[in-house]
Write a protein of this length. Sequence first.
Length: 343
Amino acid sequence: MLFSKSNPIYLIAEVGSNHEGNFKTARRLFKECIKSKADCIKIQVYTPDNLVSKKYDPKRFKHFSKLKLKISDYIKLAKICKKSGKDFSASIWDKNLIKPFKNYVKFYKIGSGDLTNYEIINEILKTGKPLVISVGLSNFNDIKNFLNFIFEKNKNYILKKKISILHCNTSYPTPPKDSRLYLINKIKKKFKVQTGFSDHTIGIKTMIKAIVFGAQIIEKHYSLNPERKTFRDHQISCTNKDISKFFEKIKKINKKKRYKIKTKMQDKFISSSEKKQNNLYSFRRSLYLKKDIKKGEKISLKKLTSLRPLEGICASNFFKIFGKKVNQNIKSGSVLKKSYFKD
């Protein structure tokens, strides 16, 4: 579980990719955020080839290629953060980069898109580091399956409460009406875990309300200029001034009124705004081949990877597909389909 040393809740400032692929901008973002009251500074770490299929989604592949930094740059940012005394964390979208960041992260973050990416989650579990997971685009059964997988691979994560779950809507920006903050407390009661909220709305009003609904962790994108139009993440971001204002506002919240909000406790489902943006398809991953495979040959670890978009077999089947024979020749880069395994 995560607890702040100086704040009533734990605040994660998500720099994400607001550096837009420029290391000097990234360094400035970190140094400015260090001056804020945020507990943790987080960034997105990836290599485009191990995130998005160039064949099935060339537009998104190009998008992420523009926003990436060198791996050495990500390490430099982690060191800047650690030296300041702030916690550092990262959403690492490439399983090969999990171990290199082990000594820098306070915890690993799994975004909503990787809730079913059991390949990466399994690598994180090997480190023993705490895990914070956003659960946008999911229902309660998805969350249950995720927790069952973790218990199967490393039960200490469950028994020692090393998992925190953030309610989230993946729409950029999220309409306030789609925030459904009541789910924060419902997730806490249903799964007995520390809960919070990953906020993609514009401004700080919704993240303030999330505290009333029981959030113990808040994640909010961070920018030097939320008015910047070149990249959509800026508009949902906060500044140092916003962070200070946030903590001033939540001081006035009556603790006795928390958790007592009367509302219709609906089940968790994908919101209309997420459906409109087709986020399930673009955020979640499928199983793809890294190498050619011949008819009758078995699927091996060396030939399998998990990539966006969600074109075929869900990435959650990564460990179930090993050893299965294919019924035809399949080229490298192809998405796996159920029909490839039928007699």
